[in-house]
Ligand binder design. Structure first.
Ligand code: CTP
Length: 406
C-alpha cells in the first residue's frame, strides 16, 4: 500500500497572503507544494507584492483568481474579505515584511490582506522576511512578540545572504519549510492515529430481489470515504468496507467491496479483531427479501408481494463482540428529532460515540455537504456547521482523537 502523507492537506483551505518583499518570488513554489498536498489555495497580495511576483503566475498555480484590491475594477465587484477569512482553515502570510507585521499587530486594515487577516477565525502563520538590521530592530522584535501574544504563529526566518548583500538572519524560510509547517499542523508527525487500525464502513447495501433487481437506498458513501481517507492521511491503517457505489477510495485505504448487509457483516466480523476503532457510516438496509429469486421475476397483471425479513444490526453485533479497548462509533440518519433519536441509538447499541445527521436539503445522503452532531457516551458534544464532507471528516476525526486518544 502507498503511504499517505502526499495528500496531507486534502480538503484544507489555505489562504496565502503575500506582502511586498523580494521573497515573494518564491511563493508560486509554495503554492504548488500546497496544491500537490491536496489543499485548496486562495492568494491575496498587497499592491507592493505584485512588484515581485505576478498575479498571473499565482493564479495559474493556485487555480484561483488572485485578489489584491478591495474592489475588482473590471467586474465592479467587492472582494469579500469576510468570506475569505471564514473560508480559510489556515492563513499564511509570506513573506511578511516589517510594515505588514506592524499593521497586523495594530489591527490596521488598509488593504485586503489585512482585512482578511482580521476576519480570519483560523490559525495564522507569518513568515517574516526582511533585512538583517530591520529584523533585529527592537520595534520589529516587539511586534513579533505582540503577534505571538495575540495568538499568531511565526515561522522563523533563516540565516544566509540577504538581498542587500548583507549576510545574517532575515531570509524567509524556504517554501518547503513553510509547506511542512502547515502539513505538520494538520497531520502532525506525532499523530495519535499512527499505529492505530480503523475499520470504516460506507455506502448503501443492496438486497437482492432477483438477479437484476435490489432494494437499496440513496447513500453514496461519500462521508465514510472522506473519513477513511483522512484517517489514512493521519497515519492510521484503514480498512474500508464499502457497499455498492460508483465512488472509490484512494489506494492507501484498503477497500473491501461488499453488496448486501450480510456480506458487510461478514467482512466486518472478519476484520474486527485487528481494529482499534470501528466507524460505522454505512447505510445498511434494515430489511431484505426473505428469498432472492434465482431467475428474473417476470411481469404479470397480478400485484407482487415481497416478504421482507430484518437484517442483522451489524453495529449492535460488533459492539456486542468488541474487545476491551475497542472503540465503536455509529452514525444515525434521522428526519425528525435527530438528537433524541441519535442519543437513544448511542445507548441502545452501546456505542462510544455517535454522529447524528439530519436528512435535509443540504445534508445527509447524496449531498456534498453535511451538518452533524457528534455525541460521546459520556455526554460530550460537538456540533458542526454546514460544511463540505471533505472538511467535516477532519473535524470529526480530530474530535474523536481528542476524546479517545489524547
Ligand atoms: N446499522 C447497522 N446495521 C443495520 C442498520 C443500521 O449496522 N442493519 C448501523 C448504521 O451503520 C449506523 C447505525 O446503525 O451506524 C444507525 O443506523 P440508522 O439507519 O440511523 O438506524 P437504525 O438502527 O437502522 O434504526 P432506524 O432505521 O429505525 O432509525
Amino acid at each position: 500500500m502507498l503511504q499517505p502523507p502526499k495528500l496531507a492537506l486534502k480538503g484544507r483551505n489555505i489562504l496565502v497572503g503575500i506582502s511586498g518583499g523580494i521573497a515573494a518570488y518564491k511563493i508560486p513554489q509554495l503554492v504548488r507544494l500546497l496544491k500537490a498536498s491536496g489543499a485548496n489555495v486562495r492568494v491575496i497580495t498587497t499592491e507592493m507584492a505584485l512588484r515581485f511576483v505576478t498575479a498571473e503566475t499565482l493564479s495559474v498555480v493556485s487555480e484561483n483568481p488572485v485578489l489584491t484590491p478591495f474592489f475588482d475594477p473590471e467586474a465592479k465587484t467587492w472582494n469579500n474579505h469576510v468570506d475569505l477569512g471564514l473560508w480559510a482553515d489556515a492563513m499564511l502570510i509570506a513573506p511578511c515584511g516589517a510594515n505588514t507585521l506592524s499593521k497586523l499587530v495594530n489591527g490596521q486594515c488598509d488593504n485586503l490582506l489585512l482585512t482578511a487577516f482580521l476576519s480570519a477565525r483560523c490559525p495564522v502563520w507569518i513568515a517574516p522576511a526582511m533585512d538583517l538590521d530591520m529584523f533585529q530592530n527592537p520595534a520589529v522584535q516587539q511586534n513579533l512578540k505582540a503577534f505571538q501574544n495575540n495568538g499568531g504563529h511565526t515561522i522563523e526566518p533563516e540565516e544566509g545572504p540577504l538581498a542587500s548583500g548583507l549576510v545574517g538572519k532575515g531570509r524567509m524560510a524556504e517554501p518547503e519549510t513553510l509547506a511542512a509547517v502547515l502539513i505538520d499542523h494538520f497531520c502532525p508527525s506525532d499523530s495519535p492515529w499512527v499505529g492505530k487500525t480503523v475499520l470504516v464502513t460506507a455506502g448503501p447495501t443492496h438486497e437482492a430481489i432477483d438477479p437484476v433487481r435490489f432494494i437499496g437506498n440513496r447513500s453514496s458513501g461519500l462521508m465514510g470515504i472522506e473519513l477513511a481517507e483522512h484517517l489514512a492521511r493521519c497515519g492510521a491503517q484503514v480498512h474500508l468496507v464499502l457497499g455498492p457505489t460508483h465512488l472509490q477510495a484512494s489506494s492507501w485505504v484498503e477497500t473491501h467491496r461488499v453488496e448486501s448487509a450480510l456480506d458487510m457483516l461478514e467482512a466486518c466480523q472478519h476484520l474486527q479483531a485487528s481494529c482499534d476503532m470501528i466507524i460505522m457510516a454505512a447505510a445498511v438496509a434494515d430489511y431484505r427479501p426473505e428469498t432472492a429469486s434465482k431467475q428474473k421475476i417476470k411481469k404479470s397483471e397480478a400485484s407482487l408481494e415481497l416478504q421482507l425479513i430484518p437484517n442483522p444490526d451489524i453495529l449492535s453485533q460488533l459492539s456486542h463482540q468488541r474487545s476491551k479497548d475497542q472503540c465503536i462509533v455509529g452514525f444515525a440518519l434521522e428526519t425528525e428529532n435527530a438528537e433524541a433519536y441519535g442519543q437513544a441509538k448511542l445507548h441502545k447499541k452501546k456505542l462510544d460515540a455517535i454522529v447524528i445527521n439530519q436528512a435535509g436539503p443540504e445534508t445527509g445522503f447524496g449531498h456534498s455537504t453535511n451538518k452533524v452532531i457528534l455525541l460521546h457516551a459520556n455526554g460530550q458534544r460537538m456540533e458542526s456547521p454546514l460544511m463540505n464532507k471533505s472538511q467535516l471528516a477532519p473535524l470529526l476525526i480530530d474530535t474523536l482523537a481528542e476524546w479517545f486518544y489524547a
